[in-house]
Design a protein around this ligand. Structure first.
Ligand code: NAD
Length: 270
């Protein structure tokens, strides 16, 4: 039996591409908890992915929006307010892309046009989304906005490449905009720093499978799954976390606080 933590709440979910996407699980968990949602993704992803299946399950509409386009975002928020007949209570930004990662450019040989594009998609899009929502006064008091991030923003993971900078920028936006949105409208903004997760974006990173195993062995609780992440997101959209804002919250089975584990030491011996 679900707890209905989001009963009566209305939200927008960015970034559900296929069943492996973290956003896909967040959409399902939000609806299980009583929320009404709108799904959005870039027009090209809507053509390639399987989001129609999710929208049927969630009984939600899909509004296409490239998260780097201000007109698309304005259309998304105004359409959402019309559709819901009122303001929005929660938003998930679950978007990441690096052309340097995709094109296998080494960190010491970055293409700067690729870098700017990846920064726009992965991080500046968060500011754009917040600014559009702020100007339209689209979010209810104590509404909750989340973005997904990764610990490579704060510690070096060599193959994460320029996504590390994108995630640092993203986390900083949550703090800076969190201040202004909190002060003027009581809206809260946080980032969740999630374990490695087997998704399309995740498995694009070089050496992902080996690193997934390593993180699983270091973390006392093991890696957090997409489904567990979805439950954490729902708790942060709910009124039970009403005073949490401007935080980067680790959802990683303890990875970020562990130096070494017995499993890693045992693996070194064998
Ligand atoms: N998978 C992991 O290991 C992991 C770990 C920590 C954090 N994250 C973060 O979680 C988030 C979701 O990624 P995922 O792992 O579920 O992968 P995913 O590939 O399923 O999701 C990425 C989404 O970004 C969307 N997107 C790309 N460009 C866009 C644009 N211009 N406008 C709108 N949407 C766009 C894609 O269509 C896709 O739906 C990302 O921010 C990612 O960095 C992932």
């Amino acid at each position: 039996m679900s707890n209905q933590l989001l009963k009566g709440k209305k939200g927008i979910i960015f970034g559900a591409l296929d069943e492996k996407s973290i956003a896909w699980q967040v959409a399902l968990e939000a609806v299980r908890n009583g929320a009404e949602i709108i799904l959005t993704n870039a027009p090209i992803a809507l053509r390639m992915g399987s989001i129609k299946k999710l929208s049927d399950e969630c009984q939600s509409i899909i509004v296409p929006a490239d998260a780097t386009s201000i007109p698309d975002l304005e259309n998304l928020f105004t359409t959402s307010i019309q559709h819901f007949g009122g303001k929005i209570d929660f938003v998930l930004h679950s978007i990441g892309m690096s052309l340097n990662v995709r094109k296998k450019r080494h960190y010491t040989d970055l293409n700067y046009d690729f870098l700017i594009k990846g920064l726009d998609v992965s991080a500046v899009s968060f500011h754009k989304m917040l600014q559009v929502a702020f100007k339209l006064d689209a979010i209810n008091e104590f509404g909750s906005i989340l973005a997904l991030t990764y610990i490579a923003s704060q510690r070096t993971f060599p193959d994460y490449n320029d996504m590390a900078e994108n995630k640092s920028f993203l986390e900083s936006i949550a703090r800076s905009f969190g201040y202004h949105y909190g002060k003027s409208k009581n809206v809260r903004i946080n980032t969740i720093s999630q374990s490695p997760t087997l998704t399309t974006a995740g498995s694009g990173v070089k050496g992902f499978n080996e690193f997934f195993e390593y993180a699983n062995n270091i973390s006392p609780l093991g890696n957090a799954s997409a489904i567990d992440c979805a439950k954490y997101c729902v708790s942060l959209f709910s009124d039970y976390t009403k005073m949490v804002t401007m935080q980067n919250l680790f959802h990683d089975g303890g990875f970020s606080s562990t130096g070494v584990s017995q499993e890693i030491i045992d693996n070194m011996k064998s």
